[in-house]
Design a protein around this ligand. Structure first.
Ligand code: LLP
Length: 388
């Protein structure tokens, strides 16, 4: 883990900040690129996980495209130099101006999530005198065996179009003249650690593609989304997620002939390379005997524990103490739920010690807020160890 090695240097910097291990990011990107190339799979990076400029510039070097969830993310991808034809855009509530921008840029696919959205994209493309390339985001009704807060592919989810509705509306969809339906898109959820659920996804995708093609659709692309999980419990054991296993499963179970197969990875690419570095401000004990460690980060820098009950491993990287104690680690925000974890075993911690909150590269900084007028956290990069 990087922060432990460079703790002395980190002591000089104002906390809190995100520390990025650029070597690890590069190794992860090398792994996903080389493993995907074995099967000719195309990879997009889900920019919602982290839109840091420096990280994006590195990701771009590996020939990876971008998956977006808003017009501003599409803009960020284009302005960061990613080719428009490697950019895909999903989202249940695309605004007209976002759709217009995506069509104007000629991105690879607008992945549509309702029949009404397909009609709106068709109408806007018509007004612009263009034909828009579109994917059908199908809700496959699969339980991804992950935290309920971050599953997206179960039948009652707001994401995707129900398969039945696509079947019912097939003729209407095919009649839309200003869109090319170039593929299907499925994303079943995030932080998936039980890889066998991807087998179910592939089986569903096979059936969906076969049925829809029998109704006259002709697809070029099958985009199976992202979701590969990381090891939050003991990140040191698995710094690079097992892309090879996932690709092997998809290769074995997805039977869609010579169609392009696309993936959209967020967490698995940037999750492990980021740590939130924070200082201990105060120790205090509640009347009930709870030992609180008050740190200078809060839910405004990393909201995952408070929003989803997510676990992040925490370590005191500067304490010289031998003894460990149990702490409830709380932040500075004026919210009772601003608790990183209860009963964390840490080396005895005092004011000024640095803590590393690990596996925070994905959905940390990109979900930061300015509640209580906090500053947004900045990035510090291992290859420069300077602030940006
Ligand atoms: N594709 C689509 C259509 C998505 O909605 C997502 C994530 C991804 C790809 C990337 O998924 P990943 O490979 O990162 O699992 N904020 C939550 C996670 C929300 C995920 C949203 N969609 C968290 O902190 O756990």
């Amino acid at each position: 883990m990087l922060s432990r090695k460079v703790a002395a240097q980190l002591k000089e910097l104002e906390t809190p900040f995100y520390l990025y291990d650029i070597n690890l990011l590069r190794q992860t990107l090398e792994s996903v690129s080389s493993e995907s190339k074995k099967y000719g799979y195309k990879v997009h990076y889900a920019i919602k996980a982290n839109n840091d400029d420096y990280l994006l510039s590195i990701i771009k070097e590996y020939g990876i495209g971008i998956d977006c969830a808003s017009g501003n993310e599409v803009r960020k991808a284009i302005e960061s130099g990613f080719a428009a034809d490697t950019v895909v855009y999903a989202g249940v509530g695309k605004r007209d101006k976002e759709i217009r921008y995506a069509i104007e840029q000629g991105i690879l696919a607008i992945n549509c999530e309702s029949i009404e959205e397909l009609q709106v994209v068709n109408q806007i493309a018509g007004e612009m005198g263009k034909k828009a390339d579109v994917g059908l985001r199908v809700n496959p009704d699969i339980d991804p065996k992950t935290n309920r807060c971050i599953d997206t592919g179960q039948a009652d989810s707001k994401f995707g179009i129900s398969y039945d509705e696509i079947l019912e509306e097939a003729e209407l969809i095919k009649s839309l003249e200003n869109i090319n339906i170039i593929g299907i898109h499925i994303h079943i959820g995030s932080q998936i650690r039980e890889l066998h659920v991807f087998e179910n996804m592939c089986n569903k995708a096979n059936a969906i593609v076969e049925k829809l093609e029998s109704l006259g659709f002709k697809f070029r692309i099958v985009d199976v989304g992202g979701g590969l999980g990381i090891n939050y419990d003991v990140p040191e054991n698995e710094p690079i997620p097992n892309f090879a296993s996932l690709f092997a499963i998809v290769h074995e179970y997805l039977n869609v002939g010579d169609k392009e197969v696309h993936f959209e990875f967020g967490r698995s690419i940037v999750g492990e390379c980021g740590e939130l570095i924070t200082s201990v401000l105060y120790n205090k004990t509640t009347a009930t005997g709870r030992r609180l460690l008050i740190i200078d980060a809060s839910m405004t820098e990393l909201i995952r524990p408070m929003l989803y009950g997510s676990y992040h491993n925490i370590e005191n990287i500067t304490s010289q103490e031998e003894v460990c104690k149990k702490y409830t680690v709380v932040g500075t925000a004026c919210e009772s739920t601003d608790v990183f974890d209860e009963n964390v075993s840490l080396k005895k911690s005092k004011r000024g010690d640095l803590l590393a909150i690990k596996s925070a590269g994905a959905y940390g900084r990109s979900m930061a807020s300015q509640y209580n007028m906090h500053d947004l956290p900045r990035g510090v990069y291992s290859d420069q160890l300077c602030e940006k």
